[in-house]
Design a binder for this molecule. Structure first.
Ligand code: NAP
Length: 321
């Protein structure tokens, strides 16, 4: 099969289409014929050599999510049969013509969704559901701040938080992204190139912050959060080492947490998939729209990574074999 391979750590050009063997499937796995794979920021960290795949997962084929048709099923598979259309969460290997995936990490392609639209759902929705709703306990009437509202995680957070009745604050770097987040339903959108989000949000109640920036934002988040607020780190793009004023944490009873999805155990992911199917899948296509910025063929994977690194993407980028 053809796959996009990280030939060595480095710039986007290290991604090359190569021949690789079709993955073998275990008893509980399905072999998916990939029609589309989502591009996520962690793929870029992997390409640069800063985010290696967990054991048992392809080390050099990136890609955390895909959609396609079930080609073959393992002996113990009960939920799917060849010909079914599914999208799935994988810990790597989705930039390929075929990927092997546990049957419980597959969800049906939502009605009226293309493969490209469905391929961009799992990684962001699983991450947002786990962090914002399970870990962060976001509920109706709460306020949430998410940075990078126009990105994959940002656009998923805005739509899900709105669907569950929260007030959403977000940051962006351009007017186009500002308009995009408005359409997604964000209540307050701050262009952080022009304005300080702390000043813009004074007087607002922020119960949850979903942050992938870290660094200098950390202290601002502690100051911004309401009593019993939750700061959830899913990355630290501007620095993972920060000064913490423990008195502030104590006085406001702030919960500081975070997670990374990729390395979690299969049982955890299975349960998360079930939650996503029960609570989020009914909203897809109704309260939750998928916005595809561009679909590129596998041989344009370097271009896709460049587009994401340059910050031009609104919504999701998709690769097609
Ligand atoms: N922990 C996990 O399990 C997990 C899972 C998936 C993703 N993630 C992380 O979540 C983050 C988002 O991933 P993604 O796939 O959604 O990437 P993405 O589509 O590229 O979105 C990232 C967004 O961050 C914004 N940004 C960059 N610097 C910023 C700053 N200083 N202030 C505010 N916004 C800033 C960018 O918007 P502007 O260009 O407008 O600044 C961009 O829209 C990444 O850091 C990724 O590693 C974590």
């Amino acid at each position: 099969m053809k796959a996009v391979v990280i030939t060595k750590s480095g710039r986007p050009e290290v991604l090359e289409v190569k021949e690789r063997p079709i993955p073998r499937i275990g008893d509980h796995e399905v072999l998916l014929k990939v029609h589309a794979a989502g591009v996520n920021r962690p793929d870029i960290f992997q390409r640069k050599g800063n985010y290696s795949a967990p054991s048992g997962v392809s080390k050099d084929i990136p890609g955390l999510e895909a959609a396609g048709m079930v080609e073959r099923v393992g002996a113990a598979v009960t939920q799917w049969k060849p010909g079914d259309k599914v999208c799935c969460l994988v810990a790597g290997g989705a930039y390929a013509e075929f990927v092997a995936v546990d049957e419980n990490l597959c969800l049906p392609v939502p009605e009226n969704f293309s493969y490209a639209e469905a391929a961009g759902l799992p990684e962001t929705i699983f991450t947002v559901w786990d962090n914002v709703f399970r870990r962060g306990g976001l509920k109706k009437g709460d306020g949430i701040l998410v940075h990078g509202g126009a990105g994959g995680i940002g656009s998923a957070t805005i739509q899900l938080a709105k669907a569950f009745g929260a007030k959403v604050f977000t940051t962006v770097s351009t007017t186009d992204k500002e308009l995009f987040c408005k359409k997604l339903g964000a209540d307050v959108i701050i262009n952080y190139k022009n304005d300080d989000f702390m000043e813009c949000l004074s007087g607002e109640t922020v119960n949850v912050v979903l942050d992938s920036i870290g660094g200098a934002y950390f202290e601002k988040h502690i100051d911004l959060l309401a009593d019993d607020g939750k700061l959830i780190q899913i990355n630290a793009m501007q620095g993972a080492k920060v000064d913490v004023n423990l008195m502030k944490i104590m006085h406001k009873r702030i919960v500081l947490t975070g997670s990374t999805l990729r390395a979690r155990q299969l049982d955890f992911k299975k349960q998360l998939a079930q939650d996503v199917f029960n609570y989020v899948w009914p909203l897809i296509g109704k309260r939750y729209k998928q916005h595809i910025y561009a679909e590129l063929s596998f041989d344009h994977a370097p271009t896709a990574h460049k587009m994401m690194e340059q910050g031009e993407v609104l919504g999701k980028l998709i690769l097609v074999p």
